[in-house]
Design a protein around this ligand. Structure first.
Ligand code: DX5
Ligand code: ZN
Length: 226
């Protein structure tokens, strides 16, 4: 069976906020698949990023789906507003949701793709009871809160473990990896079983972001091993 093509999602957190429109146009023109949008509340993570008005402005110009990663406590209170601001995918953190099952179903009822994210210290096994109810699992490969951090190597094992769990359960889900992803580790991540690569610093600090995105799209475990 041919492996499905992986997706690339540049993280807007690393964009130049004073020239955000230019960076949105760049992503539109690139081979990127999604815009990755990091929302931080200063409570769940030790940083504050942006909220609804900025998301709505991005949505106004973006020609690709908005993949919204909520690093906030009590995300269930705000999912409708995120949908209204333009979110296509809404990912909430396992660690921030007491009633995760209810929350992911509420996201799906709004017509959005429902994702759950896990921190580096959260084992994949904790997803056992929710795996049938989500479309996407985001594995954090850094501690959430900041762009430009060092990739945590244990992520490869977590991806493989989740891929095996999903196969075992016949669950059709996308595995997204977020944090410290670049063209240096993209191949190994895809080989481990990742479907979506989020890249902030690697894209926006590159001399030629469009080229970097194109390279990330071209990397293929099938071609290398053939
Ligand atoms: C971190 C965010 C990431 C971040 C990734 O909390 O969830 O999406 O922007 O940035 P890089 O690719 O620079 O690690
Ligand atoms: Zn993110």
């Amino acid at each position: 069976m041919p492996k499905r093509k992986h997706l690339v999602a540049p993280s807007v957190l690393s964009a130049d906020f004073a020239h955000l429109h230019d960076d949105i146009v760049m992503v539109n023109q690139s081979e990127a698949d999604w815009f990755h949008i990091d929302v931080m509340d200063g409570v769940f993570v030790p940083n504050i990023s942006f909220g609804f008005p900025v998301l709505a402005s991005i949505a106004h110009y973006a020609k690709k789906p908005l993949d919204v990663h909520l690093m906030i406590v009590e995300p269930q209170k705000y999912i409708k507003q995120f949908k209204e601001a333009g979110a296509d995918n809404i990912t909430v953190h396992y660690e921030a949701c007491t009633h995760l099952h209810r929350t992911v179903h509420a996201i799906r009822e709004l017509g959005c793709t429902a994702g759950v994210a896990i921190n580096p210290s959260t084992p994949v096994s904790h997803l056992y009871e929710i795996i049938d109810d989500v479309d996407l699992v985001l594995i954090m490969s850094v501690n959430p809160g900041f762009g430009g951090q060092k990739f945590i190597e244990a992520t490869y094992r977590k991806i493989r473990e989740l891929r095996a769990m999903a196969a075992d359960r016949n669950a059709d889900l996308l595995i997204e990896v977020d944090g410290g992803v670049s063209n240096h580790n993209a191949l190994a991540l895809l080989k481990a079983g990742a479907d979506v690569l989020v890249a902030g610093n690697a894209v926006f600090s590159a001399k030629n972001p469009i080229h970097t995105i194109a390279e990330m799209k071209r990397i293929s475990p099938d071609l290398i091993s053939a």
